[in-house]
Design a protein around this ligand. Structure first.
Ligand code: SAM
Ligand code: SF4
Length: 437
């Protein structure tokens, strides 16, 4: 989501005659688009801002802007700590950055109001023009993110998102479809729809088609109907309200890739309750069964937090058990970290850093073995991959299951093409293959 927001910032600035540079030291404007989901991400922002003090000394005209979740969270305090920062822009104001930068000395330096009535502005950049300087250096990106929602109403007790990104709001249906059309017309092959909980698309601020409410499965179908779109994905989905209708889309929509990221967070019901996740682990197992019923080849990934306050050895062993039961293709796992304003800060039973690290290591070691075992099942199989780009003598490609496939080819392989490969080797995090004639 932050990557897409960074593109939006850069695209809107290009429309105001700014030119993107890849060399930070030659820039007259530096924008840090920030994440505060875990303490570590926030620390990185602070150390980068410290480092930028010397750029400001070298170039007194340099403007430094901090946008995104850390900006939202810290507001005035950020300027007090880092007086060389010129502008602090919260999550609902990123589309306004060009205007805010035009303002003179007397203007507001901190723009972080969060409104419950926020509507995502209509902004559909033309490709080839705006904010894609990075591409000139590398190559065209055939896979793109499209935002469909902003914010979250779920208040999982560990999570800062409802506070930094505000109430959940769905983007206008026609804006989404128009953006997908622009991208596909300019050669994009794969689209990933983005929201914190895509299941509730259209529910909070009702989105309708001719007066009838539009659900996420309906949106998926409308996007899939855009002529020329080869592959469709989405992320993320909270298990608590994953519907049968959505799971059936994996059977019924041909371009919907057989890949699902379904964050579970813990294998223990006691911890899920303390996290306010509003589902049980039994319900999660049922969802996995249904997904595999509708789409037997679906690749499943998840998010896990270890060391949540009150997590006993037994709770953690249930998370390890979950690994054996589901056999995820991959997972993102994190040590719990206290975030400002969240409910879990006040929970008792905090786990020591050492214990959290040990649990994380155990979890990741087992997940890596499972990922390797699952990846080895692809060896010898023929699969279609999208050629993303060439680096050195190798092509990086992506399977519909979202596996990265490295291909060394003597044949002329063109980025943007979907080609057939045979998988020759498997690693923990990627596959190797050869192009078939
Ligand atoms: N909306 C998604 C969902 O409901 O599953 C999650 C989005 S969140 C931006 C990404 C992941 O960060 C979460 O799934 C969780 O595993 C992790 N995360 C969030 N807050 C955290 C915290 N305080 N400490 C550690 N990990 C955290
Ligand atoms: Fe955070 Fe996801 Fe829970 Fe929303 S649903 S509060 S984004 S973890």
């Amino acid at each position: 989501m932050n990557e897409r927001d960074s593109e939006i910032i850069s695209q809107s600035l290009s429309q105001h005659n700014y030119i993107e540079t890849l060399e930070m030291d030659s820039a007259d404007l530096i924008i840090l688009n920030t994440c505060s989901i875990r303490a570590k991400a926030e620390q990185k922002v602070m150390s980068m801002l410290g480092y930028l003090r010397k750029n400001k000394k070298k170039n007194p005209n340099l403007k430094i802007c901090v946008a995104g979740c850390v900006a939202q969270q810290e507001g005035e305090a950020l300027i007090e700590r880092m007086p060389h920062v010129n502008l602090v822009v919260g999550t609902q104001h990123i589309y306004n950055i060009p205007k805010l930068l035009e303002n003179k000395e007397s203007a507001e330096k901190v723009v972080t109001a969060l409104s419950d009535a926020y509507a995502i502005p209509r902004f559909i950049p033309e490709m080839g023009s705006a904010g894609y300087a990075a591409e000139a250096e590398n190559s065209f990106q055939f896979s793109r993110f499209v935002t469909i929602m902003q914010g979250c109403n779920n208040y999982c007790t560990y999570c800062v998102v409802p506070y930094t990104r505000g109430r959940e709001v769905s983007r206008n249906l026609s804006d989404i479809v128009d953006e997908v059309k622009v991208l596909v017309d300019s050669g994009v092959k794969e689209i990933t729809l983005l929201g914190q909980n895509v299941n509730s698309y259209g529910l909070t601020n009702q989105v309708t088609i001719d007066g009838t409410p539009c659900s996420f499965p309906q949106l998926l179908q409308l996007v899939a109907n855009v002529p020329g779109l080869e592959r469709l994905r989405f992320t993320t989905s909270n298990p608590k309200d994953l519907s049968d209708d959505l799971m059936k889309c994996f059977r019924d929509i041909k371009s919907l890739c057989p890949q699902f990221h379904l964050p579970v967070q813990s294998g223990s019901n006691a911890i899920l309750r303390r996290m306010n996740r509003k589902y049980t682990i039994e319900k999660y197992y049922d969802l996995v069964d249904s997904l595999r019923h509708y789409c037997p080849d679906i690749a499943l990934t998840t998010d896990i937090i270890v060391g949540f306050p009150g997590e006993t050895e037994e709770d953690f062993s249930k998370t390890m058990e979950l690994l054996e039961k589901v056999k995820f293709d991959g997972s993102f796992s994190f040590k719990y970290s206290d975030r400002p304003g969240t409910a879990s800060i006040n929970l008792d039973g905090k786990i020591s850093e050492e214990e959290k690290s040990q649990r994380l290591q155990l979890f990741q070691a087992r997940q890596n073995q499972i990922s390797l075992e699952k990846n080895e099942q692809y060896v010898g199989k023929e699969i279609a991959v999208l050629v993303e780009f060439k680096r050195d003598a190798k092509y990086q490609c992506r399977a519909s299951t979202n596996h990265v496939v490295h291909v060394t080819s003597t044949k002329n392989c063109v980025p943007g093409e979907i080609v057939r490969t045979r998988i020759t080797r498997a690693g923990q995090h990627s596959l190797q293959g050869e192009i078939l004639a």
